[in-house]
Design a protein around this ligand. Structure first.
Ligand code: SF4
Length: 469
């Protein structure tokens, strides 16, 4: 009888042409998609040319996806040069899926951002744009030159970050040498309450196991608590698997996943895998969503967990909403629902995770449905509350050049929906970054202190059709 396997093991076995693989084995696998962006793309391209030859061709021009997103809105010329390297490579190779920041014209100075988010080839943050543009499917292996590539595991696939050298090898061969990770199973019981989001769940996990607790493990998130999350909120969970050292994060595929992928994917031939009864886990933990509290990760580590309530005396200078973790349209709805009809007390910077999110902020009302004539959009509500809204990109999530929107150029305290709070991550090395859910960030923006969102949220927040297909 076949050995029971986890879905991670089954996906690896299928891509290695094997009936069975075991944790710790090294196997060659075929890669479905390789992602790169403006920071690591140029280095990867350089190694590819060096190792495979100046005239070499990528293994499959339809499976290489290039999404510039990191250093876009800056006057820094080196950043614009990186974009040009990507453009030249895309032209040379005939790569089909490239999302150009068409407003960067090779002119000195800060580029004028897109005027209409629906009328640009630019997409914004790669991990948000990948599923939107149909490059994420259950049962596949997606590699990317970015540590948060694990985000796509929310769709029931193996997605993980690789370095430029490994990525260059994939560019040339379509293969990689992969060690099968053992799986850690995290089961969430109960329905998500109105005052929690997936950010609280993942901060609870990382707080328990530490930033190295899942090193080279697959983190499997399951249970009715996960099923009760929107697909976007599941992306927040898998996005932060790397903050525990995880090789990947993965969720079960359900009707929400299938509907989204059917509507977006450019390939119909994907496979849904499930964990076999009796599959082996190297670690198991269970959480009750009914007793979990809104959490923050204090400076300077994602595992420095505390409750928002315990941190109520922490005075803040700034709030930040954005990134692949907390810049999705449902995150924007959570923030708008808390801020509606109120005024922020501290500078609050909002960066849509993608141009689609930006367009949806203009198109949808606070319940996530198309707004009626005269009704306020999510965007209107945030502007009315005093937020500053930037163009979609990674922006201050990783600091970036000094002129980056929302960057912490001073040693201030910031509460943020992002995923990392190491010293200097958002700019100044002495700034203190508190990671929190969009609800906690919004509640804190209203008071100027870290604030438990239960002070403002008691009813479920509807997100309607936002982020569903
Ligand atoms: S938004 Fe932040 S975490 Fe996400 S890809 Fe960009 S820099 Fe990395």
């Amino acid at each position: 009888m076949a050995r029971p396997m986890t879905m991670t093991e089954k996906i690896i076995a299928a891509h290695a042409g094997r009936a069975d693989v075991r944790p710790g084995e090294n196997v060659w696998v075929n890669v479905d998609i390789l992602l790169t962006h403006d920071v690591c793309g140029p280095g990867t391209i350089g190694i590819f040319h060096e190792q495979f030859g100046r005239d070499a061709k990528v293994w499959d021009r339809e499976r290489v996806v290039i999404i510039p997103d990191h250093y876009i809105f800056t006057a820094e010329e080196k950043c614009h040069r990186n974009i040009q390297i990507l453009r030249d490579f895309v032209r040379e190779q005939g790569i089909r899926y490239y999302y150009d920041p068409d407003f960067i014209k090779n002119e000195p100075g800060m580029p004028s951002p897109y005027k209409d988010p629906t009328k640009t080839s630019y997409k914004g943050v790669c991990h948000k744009a990948l599923p939107e543009e149909g490059h994420v499917r259950p049962g596949e292996i997606l590699l990317g030159t970015d540590s948060h590539t694990c985000t796509a595991g929310a769709f029931g696939q193996i997605a993980t970050g690789v370095g430029n050298t490994d990525a260059a090898f994939v560019l040339g061969t379509g293969k990689t040498w992969l060690k099968v990770p053992p799986t850690m199973k995290f089961t969430f019981h109960g329905e998500i309450p109105p005052y929690l989001t997936a950010k609280d769940l993942i901060l609870a996990v990382i707080g328990d196991i530490s930033v190295s607790g899942a090193t080279y493990k697959a983190m499997y998130f399951t249970g009715e608590g996960i099923r009760s999350l929107t697909l976007e909120d599941r992306m927040t969970l898998t996005n932060m698997a790397i903050e525990a050292g995880g090789k990947s994060g993965i969720c079960d595929v359900d009707e929400k996943t299938e509907a989204y992928v059917r509507a977006r994917s450019n390939r119909p031939d994907w496979t849904v895998y499930t964990d076999d009864p009796g599959a082996e886990y190297c670690y198991e933990a269970e959480f009750d969503l009914g007793t979990l509290e809104p959490l923050v990760a204090k400076p300077h580590s994602p595992d420095n967990r505390d409750t928002a309530y315990n941190c109520r005396d922490v005075k803040l200078d700034r709030a930040y909403v954005g990134s692949c973790t907390g810049g999705k349209i449902t995150d924007m709805i959570f923030v708008a629902a808390v801020l509606q009809g109120k005024q922020v007390k501290i500078p609050t910077f909002v960066v849509p995770g993608s141009t689609e999110v930006h367009a949806d902020m203009l198109r949808l009302n606070v319940r996530g449905e198309p707004k009626a004539n005269g009704e306020k959009s999510i965007y209107d509500i945030l502007v009315d509350a005093g937020c500053q809204i930037g163009a979609s990109s990674c922006a201050a999530c990783l600091g970036g050049p000094k002129d980056t929107f929302g960057r912490l150029n001073e040693p201030v305290n910031c509460i943020s929906t992002t995923n990392r709070n190491f010293p200097g991550r958002m700019g100044h090395k002495d700034a203190g970054v508190y990671l929190a859910s969009p609800l906690t960030v919004a509640a804190s923006a209203l008071t100027g202190y870290i604030t438990d969102p239960r002070e403002f949220v008691s009813e479920p927040i509807a997100t309607g059709s936002a982020g569903t297909v």
